[in-house]
Design a protein around this ligand. Structure first.
Ligand SMILES: [Zn+2]
Length: 198
């Protein structure tokens, strides 16, 4: 059977990824039979550790733990759309392709975030970790050119509703799930475990 104690981990040594342990596990299969007991196939259980490198987006995920929301801005004066702010985080300006400057938009988010539209779903993909029904919301900010996709763990979404960001500062996952939103005025006691306003 699989030795899960030696599950794969990745370190960076001298700027290179160094892999240690096992990244693939195979488990005993089982037959698939029809009603008469005739063999139709087999299941093939597999356990794979994906390695997801964030590259230039890493500062965005690191900042959530600190209660900060980062965006980026084109500061190329020769760009037709110089000054455009992007949230979600875009490393390069889609108009001039130059590297954007990282900016802190936490205050803009707290003061201006609104639900642009939303979607409530009971049907999730594999490995869902959010509470069902999931209230996905698209968020607009004043002065920001893009719309951010996230979720609302507290309250009911409405178009135009003011929301404020909350951050998983306790036991962060370093994924987009460390960021969520609640209706403006929500009491701190209503926030999901591990989340705070800052
Ligand atoms: Zn640009």
């Amino acid at each position: 059977m699989a030795d899960l104690k030696n599950r794969g981990k990745v370190k960076v040594v001298d700027g290179r990824y160094k892999f240690d342990g096992h990244f693939h596990y195979i488990y005993p299969n089982s037959p698939i039979r029809n009603e008469d007991g005739t063999l139709m196939g087999v299941t093939n259980p597999r356990d794979i550790t994906h390695v997801h490198m964030y590259g230039g987006e890493a500062p965005f995920f690191e900042s959530l733990e600190k209660g900060k929301l980062l965006g980026t801005r084109c500061e190329n004066h020769d760009c037709e759309h110089s000054g455009t702010i992007h949230v979600p985080f875009k490393i390069h300006c889609p108009d001039c392709l130059q590297k954007n400057t990282i900016i802190d938009i936490t205050d803009i988010a707290k003061k201006t975030a609104k639900v642009h539209t939303f979607m409530v779903t009971e049907r999730t993909g594999a490995f869902n970790t959010l509470k069902i029904p999931i209230k996905f919301i698209n968020i607009e900010f004043e002065g920001v050119a893009t719309i951010l996709m996230s979720y609302l763990p507290v309250g009911e979404p409405k178009i135009g509703m003011r929301v404020v960001p909350i951050f998983q500062t306790k036991n962060p996952t370093y994924t987009i799930l460390d960021l969520a939103w609640v209706p403006k005025g929500t009491d701190v006691s209503k926030l999901p475990d591990g989340f705070s306003f800052e």
